[in-house]
Design a protein around this ligand. Structure first.
Ligand SMILES: [Zn+2]
Length: 262
């Protein structure tokens, strides 16, 4: 197979009183800076090459505050539960990447996340065959059993999550997730951008689109990169399915409240 690197970028939209916009180059796992948590870049590859991309942080819009005081007892209790349950997960990697915080959606069991996937595009090489591939990526995560079911909507204005297509990124990435959280680290909004073509010009094949989409959905759920190379959330994604640690990490994340753990 022709050597190809598919890089997945990650971005965070920080809400709740901060007005900031910045773009900075950072490697995965680099220390977060206040006030915005910093996500490292992600790299997806069909071979063993690794690329480091940028992380992006910016304010999208204001969001209502939630009551989530970081009380010491609360933090201690969460840390105790992490110590008991973090085996076979990469929750530590996620916390480190999120400024020592757990970020997740509130329980949406009774109100599924509304997902809109762009079904048409004029970008060269786009085919609507990728649309069901993206939807299946959401379905794969739904099967994990998180309290965040998805439902697909046809009206982007009513969606919680929007998946749009870009021709290609100018940087060596093939996907990007922008999500927003409030002051309590509860995720309130998300957008995924997927490239039709790699930054080198190649049209992304269906397997690559699937892997990129699954990786990005992992981001929008609140996961981040792991050193576990068998997982879909590895910076260099070598797999096409969720790993046991992907599932276990997401399940643990959604058994804990959002917020800082230090
Ligand atoms: Zn990533």
């Amino acid at each position: 197979m022709k050597k190809r690197d598919l890089t997945i970028g990650t971005a965070l939209l920080l809400l709740g009183g901060f007005v900031t916009w910045e773009a900075a180059s950072a490697r995965a796992g680099s220390p977060a800076t206040s006030p915005a948590a910093s996500f490292g870049s992600a790299v997806m590859s069909d071979d063993d090459s690794v690329l480091a991309g940028p992380s992006v942080r910016r304010l999208l819009r204001a969001a209502p505050r939630r009551e989530a005081p970081d009380l010491p007892d609360r933090v201690l209790e969460i840390r105790r539960r992490l110590e008991l349950s973090s085996h076979d997960t990469y929750i530590g990697d996620v916390i480190a990447a999120h400024d020592s915080a757990l970020a997740r959606w509130p329980d949406r069991s009774a109100n599924p996340l509304r997902v809109w996937v762009q079904t048409t595009s004029t970008h060269r090489g786009f085919t609507d065959r990728v649309v069901p591939i993206v939807r299946r990526a959401f379905a794969e995560w739904s099967a994990v059993g998180l309290p965040v079911p998805f439902t697909f909507v046809v009206d982007s204005a009513s969606a919680d999550v929007r998946v749009t297509w870009v021709d290609q990124f100018s940087e060596p990435i093939s996907g990007k997730t922008l999500w927003a959280h409030d002051d309590g680290w509860w995720i309130v909004d998300a957008d995924i951008q997927l490239a039709v073509r790699h930054h080198t010009g190649e049209v992304l094949d269906s397997g690559s689109v699937r892997a990129i989409a699954m990786h990005e959905v992992g981001h929008l759920l609140g996961l981040d990169h792991t050193t576990d190379t068998t997982s879909i959330m590895a910076p260099k994604v070598r797999v096409r399915d969720l790993s046991p640690s992907d599932r276990a990490t997401a399940q643990l994340l959604y058994r804990l409240p959002a917020g800082r753990v230090r």
